[in-house]
Write a protein that binds this ligand. Structure first.
Ligand code: PLI
Length: 461
C-alpha cells in the first residue's frame, strides 16, 4: 500500500464566471429557523443557509460546456439526440452495453430491484444506503451487510474501508445457497461509512467468487470516479493509471450499475441503469415506461441528458478529481488539527464528524448527530446532516437499527465553495466543540414511515 496523502496543492482547474449571492443571518434568526424546522436540517429553507453541506447530490456547479449543452437539448418525446450522446458516454467511459436513463439514482434502484429480486432473496452489500436498501426491501429482499468490520470503526485507518469481507459472502452463499442471492450490491465509495473506497484487489476477489456461483455484481457507481482516485493514490500498480482507466476497470468487473448522476457526473438532476445482460435490459426498458418515462428519456429532459453526457467526461479528469478530493482533505486536516473527532481516513465526498465522540454525554436514543447538526447550523448557518440512528431507520419488524456509526456529514458540493469557506466551517465547528458540554439531546415528535431522516421532526429534551 502507498502512503495515504502527500502534501501538494489541490488548486482548482477552473475559474469562476458567475456567482450566487448568499443571505447572511443572525444567531437569533437561525435559532428560530431550526426550531421551526423541527431540528431537521432537511426542513430548513435553503435561503436561510450560508454554506450548504447538506449533500453533494445535485448541488455541483456545472461547467460552461455543460450549460452550453443545455441549449442543445433535443426535446423530442422519443429518440432525442441527447439520449444517444449519453448512451455513447456510458459506453465510452464506463463500458456497459445498455443504458436506460432515470430521473435520479433511486429510479434506477426501483427498476433493478423489481426485476432481479424475488421474495425471500438476500442482497449482500458493502454497508447499506438508505434508498438502495429500501428498494431491495420493497421488492421482497433482505439486505445483509458484508463490509469489513474496520468500516464500523471511525478511528480505524484501513486504506480501503469500503472493502467487502469475502468470508462473510462465502458464509451467506453456504447458508442460503447462491440461488437466493441474485446479486451483490457494491458501492463506490461507501457513503454511510464516510466516503470510504473499495480496492480493485478486493473487487477482483469478489468477482472470482461470484462468477464461480453465478451471482451478479451490481455497482452503485454514484461516486465511482472518486473511488478511482483513492485506488490511484493508495493501491500498488495504479499510480500511473488515469482515473478514466481505473473507472473503466472497476466497471469491467461488474455486470451492471445504478447511477445517481447528481454526484460524480456533475449534474443537478439525472441518473441511469446500466446493464450488460440483454434480457434484463429489455425488461428494464419496458418497466421504465411505467415508472419514469420512455426508455430514451427516463424522466429527464433532453437538455439534462446532454449535461450528463458532458459531466461524465469531466468527472473522470485527473485534474478535476485531484482538486475535488483535495478540498475535502484540506477541510478534514484542518478539523483534525483543531481536535475534532472525524472518520478517518478522510473520505471522498465529505467529512464525517463522529458525534458519539463529540458528544459522549448523549445516548444514541437522544440523537447526538441530529442535535449536533442543528447546533452547527445555529452557530454559523453551515448546514450539515445526520448519518446515524435517524438515517438508519427501522427493520421490517419495526425495531430501530442501531448503527455503530453516529455521524454528522459535511458533504462538499463539487466546484462550489472556496478555501475561505472551508476555513469558516472549521472555525464554526471548533466553537461548537468548545461549548459541547452544554448541548442537550432531542426526542422525535414526528416519524414518517419511509426514509424518516428526510422529514422527521424533533424537540429538545
Ligand atoms: O438521490 P438519488 O436518488 O439520485 O440517488 C440515490 C443514491 C444511491 N446511492 C448512493 C450511494 C447515494 O449516495 C444516493 C444518494 N445520495 C444522497 C441523496 C446523498 O445525499 O448522499
Amino acid at each position: 500500500m502507498k502512503k495515504e496523502t502527500k502534501k501538494r496543492s489541490w488548486a482548482e482547474p477552473y475559474k469562476i464566471k458567475m456567482v450566487e449571492l448568499l443571505k447572511m443571518t443572525t444567531v437569533a434568526q437561525r435559532k428560530k429557523a431550526i426550531t421551526d424546522a423541527g431540528y431537521n436540517t432537511f426542513l430548513l429553507k435553503s435561503e436561510d443557509v450560508y454554506i450548504d453541506l447538506l449533500t453533494d447530490s445535485g448541488t455541483s456547479a456545472m461547467s460552461d460546456q455543460q450549460w452550453a449543452g443545455l441549449m442543445l437539448g433535443d426535446e423530442a418525446y422519443a429518440g432525442s439526440k441527447n439520449f444517444y450522446h449519453l448512451d455513447d458516454a456510458v459506453k465510452k467511459y464506463y463500458g456497459y452495453k445498455y443504458m436506460i436513463p432515470t430521473h435520479q439514482g433511486r429510479g434506477a434502484e426501483n427498476i433493478l430491484s423489481k426485476i432481479l429480486i424475488k421474495d425471500g432473496d438476500i442482497i449482500p452489500g458493502n454497508m447499506y444506503f438508505t434508498t438502495t436498501r429500501l428498494h431491495q426491501e420493497l421488492a421482497g429482499g433482505t439486505f445483509v451487510d458484508v463490509i469489513i468490520d474496520e468500516a464500523h470503526d471511525s478511528t480505524n485507518l484501513h486504506p480501503f474501508k469500503g472493502n467487502i469481507d469475502i468470508t462473510k459472502v462465502e458464509k451467506l452463499i453456504k447458508k442460503h445457497g447462491a440461488k437466493k442471492i441474485p446479486y451483490i450490491c457494491v458501492a463506490t465509495t461507501v457513503n454511510m461509512a464516510g466516503g470510504q473506497p473499495i480496492s480493485m484487489e478486493n473487487l477482483k476477489s469478489l468477482r472470482k467468487l461470484t462468477q464461480a456461483h453465478g451471482i451478479k455484481i451490481i455497482l452503485d457507481m454514484t461516486r465511482v470516479a472518486e473511488n478511482a482516485f483513492f485506488i490511484q493514490e493508495r493501491e500498488t500498480g495504479y499510480a500511473k493509471k488515469s482515473i478514466a482507466a481505473i473507472v473503466k476497470e472497476i466497471c469491467s468487473l461488474t455486470d451492471g450499475a445504478t447511477m445517481s448522476a447528481k454526484k460524480d457526473a456533475l449534474v443537478n438532476i439525472g441518473g441511469f441503469l446500466a446493464i450488460n445482460d440483454k434480457d434484463v435490459y429489455e425488461e428494464a426498458s419496458n418497466m421504465v415506461v411505467v415508472y419514469e418515462g420512455l426508455h430514451t428519456y427516463g424522466g429527464l429532459a433532453g437538455r439534462d441528458m446532454e449535461a450528463m453526457a458532458i459531466g461524465i467526461a469531466e468527472s473522470v479528469s485527473d485534474e478535476h478529481m485531484k482538486a475535488r478530493i483535495g478540498q475535502v482533505i484540506y477541510l478534514g486536516e484542518k478539523l483534525k488539527e483543531a481536535g475534532i473527532p472525524i472518520v478517518e481516513p478522510i473520505g471522498g465526498h465529505g467529512i464525517f464528524i463522529d458525534a458519539k465522540r463529540f458528544l459522549p454525554h448523549l445516548k444514541q436514543e437522544q440523537f447526538p448527530a441530529q442535535v449536533l447538526s442543528a447546533e452547527i447550523y445555529i452557530d454559523s448557518g453551515v448546514r450539515t446532516m445526520e448519518r446515524g440512528i435517524v438515517s438508519a431507520g427501522r427493520n421490517a419488524k419495526g425495531e430501530n437499527y442501531h448503527p455503530e456509526l453516529e455521524l454528522v456529514r459535511l458533504t462538499i458540493p463539487r466546484r462550489v465553495y472556496t478555501q475561505a469557506h472551508m476555513d469558516v466551517i472549521v472555525e464554526s465547528i471548533e466553537n461548537v466543540y468548545n461549548n459541547r458540554k452544554k448541548i442537550k439531546g432531542l426526542k422525535m415528535t414526528y416519524e414518517p414511515k419511509y426514509l424518516r431522516f428526510f422529514q422527521a421532526r424533533f424537540k429538545t429534551i
